[in-house]
Design a protein around this ligand. Structure first.
Ligand code: ZN
Length: 247
């Protein structure tokens, strides 16, 4: 079974469409690690499309804030402005869908999915030290996580966690990780809608764990088209500009 792994879509329909075209015919089922909405201009379109894909989907911190499951007090003022903008525009059935999304971690077909950390869905796993507890406790050898918007992850064999970086070579849309038996992995597919690792392309992954492979993809999309819609929508300027830099 080949799984399409989507995360941090952030209301960016142009990026999601481009990713789905690039991945066409290469996957059987999809999972979504949360943050369907927030920041971008297309909340209903993205939620509609994720619902059509009938993915196993867990909630992210933006999904919780937009749908009122959590308050947006901990968000910075710019992110909070986007939360309020999104809440006003989501159709009631899409708001309800976000409200009812389950919390991670969840088990899917021999692997796990979580938005942030294994023990705290809202925690950012930036470092091997932060990854260690999750690597030790994860019920499956492979766990996919999101939230940091940084494609890559961590592995553990023995006692010392390693940092994994993936950056497809020039002209290559993806790089492939081979899953080694006896090693535990926390893997981040990257963000569809708002990359933060200096690479403006949309990130996602395709996992075929029967074949012990995970492909880490980066696909260019029409960033300017998204920025134009954000400008028309009156979304905050810093959110528009950061898409140009992947920061
Ligand atoms: Zn996010």
């Amino acid at each position: 079974m080949r799984y399409l792994i989507l995360s941090d879509l952030h209301s960016n329909m142009t990026a999601l469409d481009t990713v789905l075209k690039a991945a066409e015919g290469r996957w059987d089922k999809a999972v979504c690690l949360g943050d369907l909405v927030g920041y971008g201009p297309d909340p209903n379109e993205v939620v509609d499309r994720v619902r059509e894909l009938s993915t196993a989907t867990i909630r992210g911190n933006h999904d919780k804030a937009v749908s009122g499951v959590a308050d947006a007090e901990e968000f910075n003022p710019i992110a909070r402005a986007a939360v309020l903008w999104t809440r006003e525009r989501l159709r009631p059935e899409n708001l309800e869908y976000l409200q009812k999304l389950p919390k991670g971690p969840q088990s899917v077909d021999g692997f796990s999915i979580v938005h942030g950390a294994v023990f705290d869905e809202d925690e950012y796993v930036f470092s091997p030290a932060l990854a260690l507890d999750g690597l030790l406790a994860s019920p499956t050898p492979v766990t996919f996580f999101g939230h940091t918007h940084l494609q890559g992850g961590f592995s553990l064999r023995g006692e010392q966690p390693d940092v994994l970086h993936f950056r497809p070579a020039a002209g290559q849309p993806f790089s492939t990780l081979t899953i080694e038996p006896g090693t535990t992995y926390l893997l981040n597919p990257g963000s569809i809608g708002q990359a933060r690792d200096g690479d403006v392309r949309a990130g996602f992954a395709i996992a075929d764990l029967e074949k012990q492979t995970v492909e880490f993809w980066r696909i260019p999309y029409d960033v300017e088209a998204v920025q134009q819609r954000m400008t028309q929508a009156g979304l905050p300027e810093p959110l528009i500009l950061r898409l140009s830099f992947g920061r």
